[in-house]
Structures are given as C-alpha cells and as structure tokens.
Write a protein that binds this ligand. Structure first.
Ligand code: ZN
Ligand code: ZN
Length: 400
C-alpha cells in the first residue's frame, strides 16, 4: 500500500470518531476566555494518545510537543472559542448552551487538530523533528489568545507555524492559499457620546447624544468612500449602537462600538487619526462631549510565499491536482494568528467547507445558521499533515 493510500485510510477510519468529538464541542460551546471544558477534552484526548500536554492560561489553552527525532520544529495551531450567538441551525447536535454558538467553525479547527495528532503519530516514518500542537483560547475578542500566549512567553520555540480557518468561499475537499497579505488587520474602537438627558417633549433643554451618534454612524462611512482610494480594500463597521431606555426619554449617553479593517499599518493609523478628528468635530457641532477609545489591534496576516507554495504543492500531490486554490485577493476577516507571524514565518490557509452537492444554506461565518460541511474535517486533517510533510518531511512528496 502506498503511503498516500495509507494516509487516506487512516483519516477515513478515524473520521466517525473525530466527527463525534466535533459534535460534542459544538454542543458545548464556550465563550472566549472560558474554554475550560473544551481544553479539558483536548488535554484528555492528547494524554490518551500518549502525548505530554501542558495547560496554559488558567487551563484555557493546551500545548503539546509531538517529538520524532532531531530536526526542525513547527507549530500547528487551532482556536477553541465560540460566539455569543443563539444558534438557529436546526441541527440535531446544536448548542445546548443558550446564546452561545460555534458560529466561526472553531469546533471544526479543534477536532481537526486532534485528528492530525493521531495521523502524525501513525505516519512517523514520513517526517522527522518536533511538531507542537497549540490549542488557543479567545481568538474572537481583543487582545486575542495568541497575544496573551505570546506575552506570557508560552509559545514554543519553532521554525514556522501553520493554521487554518473554515471558509465557505471554497468547496469541501479543497483549500484556499494566499501568499503575502491575506487576512486584514483590525482595530476595534469605542465612541462614547455624552449629552444631557431630559424629556422628549423638551429637546431644546437637552443635548441629545443619539442624534449626534446617529450622524457619526453615517459620517464615519465617508472616511472609506471619500478618503481612501477605491482600489484599496477597507471596511468600517459600527456593529453596536447602544443608547436610550424609553421612547420619551432623551438619554445622557450613546455608545458606538466599531471596527476598521485594512491591510496596511499606515492606512490604519491614518484612519484612526481621522476617526478621532471626525468624532471631536461632530460632537462639538452637536454641543455634546465625545471620546474615542481604540482597543488592541490585530495586525494583518502575512504568509511566507515560499512556504505557502511548497505547502500547496505537497497538498495537491496528496489530495489531487486543482485542490489547492490560489487566492488572488486578501480577505477582510481578521485573525490573531497574525501575532504569531510577527515572530515566526508561517502560513494560514482557508479550508473549504461549502458542500459540493448544492445543499450549502448560504449562511456564512458568525451567522446563527452557519453549517460548515463536516466532510471537510478529512481535508483539514490532511492539510495539517501536508504542512508537516512540507516542512519536516524526509521524503519528496512525489515519492509518497
Ligand atoms: Zn470569528
Ligand atoms: Zn474564527
């Protein structure tokens, strides 16, 4: 039996068990920074495989080395947190935790990396060195689990790092690969508008923060449409607007929570300055007081071109020609994986989870009806293995 056939057989054999793990995680989602049960499940599984996992960040993170002789080392990373969304997928294994859902596919990422651990252990004759399996918490909220692990000095020493994210741009069985800039950098910002509350019948004796904040929502969009070239991708989104408690009461305060996403640090800084100026000038024109607070930013992800090309070629030689789709445009999603890439070379890829038979419901990431195709678990496990082969392989991929 060829090694290629053996890899496929091992993955097919473990598939039902890994799907079981994924569904268990899906049914028991945990918010960012609270991934205690998920981390425990991961820890126990790795221990049962004979590995030596270690908990970090108050038991919300697990890291283990898989050692296989002397040589280079790589990190394979998965994130484990869920989102504050009420699931409406209608799945029989839907979330049992009210208002919390794995709507970003991190349940897929976690179970896939556990599957990759088993495959690596069973195919040790194809690679040499050390693979660190890193399960991180809190990807969805600033400053991000990657940043916290790094600032705690917990990142293992390695030559490069690999990660993936489910993506409905691509069919199941394929991966999307982009060299250079891929995911956007993101900065979250909060605007507080302070006015003077009072009765809705006498607006002339109040200073209405809602009218000012509403104007800001529209005005801030002009930074994108009027101050940045149409050829440069930027998004500015106000996703939260909080003000008021009753129809006839003008409140004292309005709050806006937003994000800016783009692919360059210079542009990000320019937009941050302009947001500050615009908020201040608009607040003054409405007689309100306002301030902007910029939260921790995620830098853009930046994939090493030669590592990405080598990964894509190994992946195609094992999975089939045309299965590593070259992406030409960066995405506007953001990833705290970018923090690792500021220290280590590496690649972050897009795992296709769009069902090929046309049953994809059209709901994307962060939707209450998001349903990634579970079949992609097979491709995800193999993708991790292909990365190890491309960096630590002891045989040319054409000989496998
Ligand atoms: Zn997400
Ligand atoms: Zn995500």
């Amino acid at each position: 039996m060829t090694d290629k056939k053996k890899i496929v057989d091992i993955v097919n054999n473990m598939y039902p068990e890994i799907v079981g793990i994924r569904r268990n995680i899906h049914q028991n989602p945990e918010l960012s920074g609270q991934e205690y049960k998920t981390a425990e499940l991961v820890y126990n599984r790795l221990k049962n495989l004979g590995l030596d996992p270690v908990y970090y960040l108050e038991k919300t993170s697990v890291i283990t080395p898989v050692k296989n002789g002397a040589g280079k080392s790589v990190i394979l990373r998965a994130d484990m947190d869920a989102l504050p969304i009420e699931e409406k997928s209608g799945l029989e294994y839907c979330s049992t935790s009210r208002g919390v859902m794995h709507a970003c596919g991190h349940d897929m990422h976690t179970s896939i990396l556990l599957g990759a651990a088993s495959l690596l252990l069973q195919m040790k004759h194809l690679w040499q060195g050390t693979v660190h399996l890193l399960f991180q918490p809190s990807e969805e909220v600033e400053p991000g689990g990657a940043y916290t692990l790094l600032s705690g000095g917990h990142l293992p020493k390695a030559d490069s790092i690999f990660g993936l994210h489910v993506n409905t741009d691509h069919d199941t069985g394929t991966v999307g690969v982009k060299d250079g800039l891929d995911f956007a950098g993101i900065t979250a910002f909060d605007v507080v508008v302070n006015g003077k509350g009072g009765h809705g019948a006498t607006p002339e004796v109040t200073v209405d923060p809602i009218v000012c904040a509403s104007t800001l929502v529209i005005q801030l969009q002009t930074l994108v449409s009027r101050e940045v070239s149409p050829f440069v991708p930027v998004t500015l989104t106000i996703g939260e607007f909080k003000a008021g408690s009753q129809r006839n009461v003008i409140p004292d305060q309005a709050l806006l929570h937003g994000t800016i996403r783009c692919h360059s640090r210079e542009l990000l800084e320019k937009l941050m300055n302009r947001i500050t100026e615009m908020v201040s000038a608009t607040a003054q024109s409405f007689r309100t007081q306002a301030e902007v607070n910029f939260l921790k930013t995620f830098p853009p992800t930046n994939n090493d071109p030669s590592i990405a090309a080598h990964f894509a070629s190994v992946f195609e030689s094992i999975v089939g020609e045309g299965t590593a789709i070259i992406r030409h445009n960066p995405s506007m999603y953001a990833e705290d994986f970018a923090f690792y890439q500021q220290i280590l070379k590496g690649v972050f890829i897009h795992l296709g989870v769009r069902q090929k038979n046309g049953t994809f419901n059209g709901s994307g990431l962060h939707s209450s009806s998001f349903i990634p195709d579970e079949e992609a678990i097979r491709t995800g496990i193999i993708a991790h293995f292909c990365y190890v082969m491309s960096e630590l392989g002891i045989r040319n991929e054409s000989e496998i």
